[in-house]
Design a protein. Structure first.
Length: 257
């Protein structure tokens, strides 16, 4: 076989690898922001897939027709996007912590326009989402996602139909873990707000002259914010453990483990 024929036979696999990488980066945390042009996201994903394809020792079955190539390309895009969506779950969990805490503290009225989603968002929720994204970078999650895709291509080359049943099993488990993180990390603020509400209720019954609505609102915000800031270090532990579980799940689905 000539060198030209050998490289020509690898072109379909190279295209499928690019589709898997494009699907991942099109919805991956940080890169999926609307501030990043879609063309840039797709090109970065294609580059990721091409680089990962370089580690493939054996090629998968080559498609015989353009229709088969199109079907496999669509599958690779969906598969890469599914991996990116799984990576978004920990960020959504921490953003939910900020959203719930901000609503209970009384900061739900203070909103900012977020160009990422094209609408007004909660300030504390946006802060927690930015914090989660920063932790993603510090913990090396983007590199871990790339390694998962690269090692997965070694075991399951592009064009090999993976078992999507793993995805249906992993998604409910990750959503359950995200809800647990949201509840555990929001519980201190919810508890202090509940205690403050009960105390204001007793005070309103014992001293009717006090305007509980105005006084309670002024007291709730500083106390709630103080508790919210104090529990931020404690949030890191459960969230980091959940992010590790997400990475393990992505590695299993991608075929790296």
């Amino acid at each position: 076989m000539s060198v030209f024929a050998e490289y020509a036979g690898a072109v379909p696999g190279l295209m499928l690898a690019g589709c898997r990488g494009a699907g991942l980066l099109f919805v991956a945390p940080g890169v999926s922001s609307p501030l990043v042009p879609g063309v840039v996201r797709v090109l970065l994903g294609v580059m990721l897939g091409v680089v990962a394809f370089g580690s493939v020792d054996t090629l998968g079955p080559s498609p015989n027709t353009l229709l088969e190539l199109g079907v496999l390309s669509g599958f690779e895009l969906v598969f890469g996007a599914a991996l990116g969506l799984l990576a978004l779950i920990p960020i959504a969990a921490l953003q939910g912590v900020g959203l719930v805490s901000g609503q209970q503290i009384g900061l739900g009225f203070a909103t900012l326009y977020d160009p990422n989603v094209g609408e007004e968002v909660d300030t504390t929720g946006r802060f927690m989402a930015a914090l989660a994204l920063g932790l993603f970078v510090v913990l090396g999650v983007p590199e871990a996602l790339f390694l998962a895709v690269r090692e997965g291509m070694t075991r399951f080359p592009p064009g090999v139909m993976l078992d999507m049943g793993l995805m249906t099993q992993a998604l409910p488990a990750l959503l359950d873990g995200a809800f647990e993180v949201l509840l555990r990390c929001s519980l201190p603020v919810l508890t202090i707000v509940l205690a403050q509400t009960i105390l204001m209720g007793f005070l309103g019954r014992s001293v009717p002259q006090i305007n509980i609505l105005s006084v309670g609102f002024l007291v709730r915000i500083p106390i709630g914010l103080l508790v919210f800031v104090l529990v931020l270090p404690a949030i890191a532990g459960p969230w980091q453990s959940f992010a590790g579980d997400m990475l393990d799940t992505v590695r299993v689905i991608a075929g790296a483990d």
